[in-house]
Ligand binder design. Structure first.
Ligand code: KMH
Ligand code: ZN
Length: 299
């Protein structure tokens, strides 16, 4: 069975927060700017190369408020070298235009969901026109998409999107299989194997298993040459009856399994190379202060 460009290492994406869990229910969930930055920094140290960000407001609830999104992006960039990937999926209640508007925060990358899917009792809406709008806006703005497939048919949508609207910025196609969402494809080895023939050999893929499917999906993805996404957005239980301590615990487990698979975690530089993301530019130097009139007059 074919699939995807093989790489010598494993890209680990951290999804630390998501939009679904409440801080009151999950006290370890990072929601403040300081908590998100600390998690991002600590997870980079154990193997994460990309951070998939859903932003929370000061009330701890999900927000797409642009000023807040920009603040979090800047803070993560200041303290880490991670590829900053904003969620354009947001929460199921977010208006579609607001989800497109997060691209104004100028992340390195953004998620791009490939189809509408039942999401528990809700509906995660991703009509074709939104998919095209996201894709073309990201092309125009130099943002690299991470396509998200919640079901097998979403991979056919990806092929149709690329055929009609061309390759993404950077020229490389990377797709994440989001598995185990109640309403989407199951988080099983069999479902992952069914996706493989639909993944073009020039693409790379990652997989995410929601809830208790985290571990089987991770092992199946590694065995098929895929990359990994882990974090408290998707997984709150580390083992039966054992709540996740923090995101570092999940990234460290993924990095350990990747090492055992002899495809160790990619560095941030290697991740940028693989995904077609330009190296981070150093911040422009402050302009030198202009001399005062008194200084100019001094011989
Ligand atoms: N929060 C989910 C409804 C994404 O980030 O792009 C959608 C989601 C996908 O998490
Ligand atoms: Zn997300």
């Amino acid at each position: 069975m074919s699939a995807a460009v093989p790489t010598a290492g494993t890209l680990i994406t951290l999804a630390p927060t998501g939009a679904e869990s409440a801080k009151a229910d999950v006290p370890a969930l990072p929601v403040t700017v300081e908590e998100v930055v600390a998690t991002a920094r600590d997870c980079q140290a154990v193997g994460a190369a990309v951070v998939h960000l859903h932003v929370r407001g000061t009330d701890t609830r999900p927000t797409l408020d642009l000023a807040r999104v920009r603040e979090v992006v800047a803070a993560v960039r200041e303290s880490t070298d991670l590829v900053v990937q904003l969620s354009s999926g947001g929460a199921v209640t977010d208006p579609l235009p607001d989800r497109v508007a997060v691209l104004d925060a100028e992340p390195d990358a953004a998620s791009l969901s490939l189809g509408t899917v039942n999401f528990g009792r809700d509906v995660f809406s991703n009509p074709w026109d939104l998919i095209v709008e996201m894709h073309t806006q990201m092309q125009a703005r130099g943002i690299v998409p991470e396509y998200e497939a919640f079901d097998l048919g979403h991979l056919a949508t990806l092929r149709r999107l690329l055929d009609r609207h061309g390759l993404p910025h950077g020229g490389h196609v990377h797709v994440d299989l989001v598995m185990g969402v109640p309403g989407g494809m199951p988080g099983t080895t069999r479902a992952l194997a069914a996706c493989l023939p639909e993944i073009d050999p020039t693409w790379t893929f990652a997989a995410t298993g929601v809830g208790r499917t985290s571990l089987p999906v991770m092992l199946a993805a590694l065995s098929a040459g895929g990359h990994l996404r882990v974090g408290m957005e998707d997984t709150l239980t580390y083992a039966p009856g054992e709540p996740v301590r923090d995101n570092v615990q999940l990234v460290a487990r993924a990095a350990g399994l990747a090492r055992i698979a002899q495809r160790p975690a990619l560095s941030t530089t290697q991740a940028r190379e693989m995904l077609g993301i330009s190296p981070r530019q150093p911040a422009p130097a402050e302009p030198a202060p202009r001399p005062t009139a008194a200084q100019e007059a001094t011989p």
